[in-house]
Design a protein around this ligand. Structure first.
Ligand SMILES: [Zn+2]
Length: 290
């Protein structure tokens, strides 16, 4: 990806080094734990963050970006030599540049999410979340959260590459878009009224829509900034396959049971990412009526 010369977002909040064990774990994608067990936890945790939504009442006023009170250190304060932090800041900026006009075209205002960098664990409106749960978006405070060591985990599970990482970020921003559009809340309400199996199916539709929105982002970001290079698309499709529920369950030594899926199969995740990528049209991301 051609990201280095791009602008940086002002919406990255760096909370690293402000708590936790205090171990320095910068650089090289970390290793708090190793081995299959951890990877499995992380794999299952990936994007499960969004499922924390069920714990919440949701909703403040997105227009006022309810993060009031929280400190925004501003991406310009990120260490210049911290490549990964600079990368996520640049990618976050491209999501702002993509979704602002798309919302405007629909007569809506896009209020961008904050992206919080943390280590070990973090407290949010969704409660306390360990790094092992993977990156997540919390609808209750309109913020996305990531431990940058996660990119190392992606690499270890065979889903490396900068575009794979950007896809993860764009997926979390996709959850923010859903939150602004009221999708998150109506899904949560519905999930409380139905069986576990049906609630899982709704979760899958929500996650696939976030994948499709990630594709929409890639479509427009490339159009605006010629962001993609040869091989990037393959990285994204490979990552989507690696984090499909069936792939994750198999790699955890379990039988893939579709009724227990919460994020969609590899094939579904690839298909919706691609649909967003090809069309660039958020209206094509109606995973609730296919
Ligand atoms: Zn998700």
């Amino acid at each position: 990806m051609r990201w280095r010369k791009l602008g940086r977002s002002r919406n990255v909040e760096d909370r690293r080094g402000t708590g936790g064990s205090g171990r320095g774990r910068r650089g090289g994608g970390g290793m708090k734990v190793g081995g299959i067990g951890t990877i499995v936890i992380v794999l299952l945790g990936i994007f499960f963050g969004a499922d924390l939504t069920g714990l919440l009442g949701g909703a403040g006023n997105p227009g006022i970006s309810s993060s009031g009170g929280s400190v925004n250190s501003g991406s310009r304060n990120l260490p210049a030599n911290d490549d990964t932090a600079q990368f996520v800041s640049a990618i976050l900026k491209t999501t702002e540049d993509v979704w602002t006009p798309l919302f405007a075209a629909a007569g809506k205002n896009y209020s961008p999410p904050k992206l919080v960098l943390f280590e070990n664990g973090v407290r949010s409106a969704c409660g306390f979340t360990s790094s092992a749960a993977g990156p997540f978006y919390c609808p209750g405070d309109y913020q996305a959260y990531i431990d940058l060591d996660f990119f190392g985990e992606l690499q270890r599970m065979g889903a490396g590459g900068d575009f794979a990482g950007a896809y993860v970020l764009a997926h979390e921003v996709g959850h923010h878009v859903q939150n602004l559009l009221g999708v998150s809340m109506s899904v949560q309400q519905r999930q409380r009224q139905v069986s576990k199996v049906e609630a899982n199916a709704l979760s899958v539709r929500t996650e696939l829509q976030a994948d499709c929105y990630a594709g929409v982002w890639a479509h427009h970001a490339h159009k605006q900034k010629q962001l993609l290079e040869p091989g990037d698309l393959e990285e994204g499709m490979n990552a989507a396959a690696k984090i499909g529920d069936d792939a994750l369950m198999k790699s955890a030594g379990r039988v893939a049971r579709p009724e227990s899926f919460t994020h969609g199969s590899s094939e579904q995740r690839q298909r919706w990412l691609l649909k967003g990528l090809e069309t660039g049209d958020p209206n094509q991301c109606d995973t609730f009526n296919f």
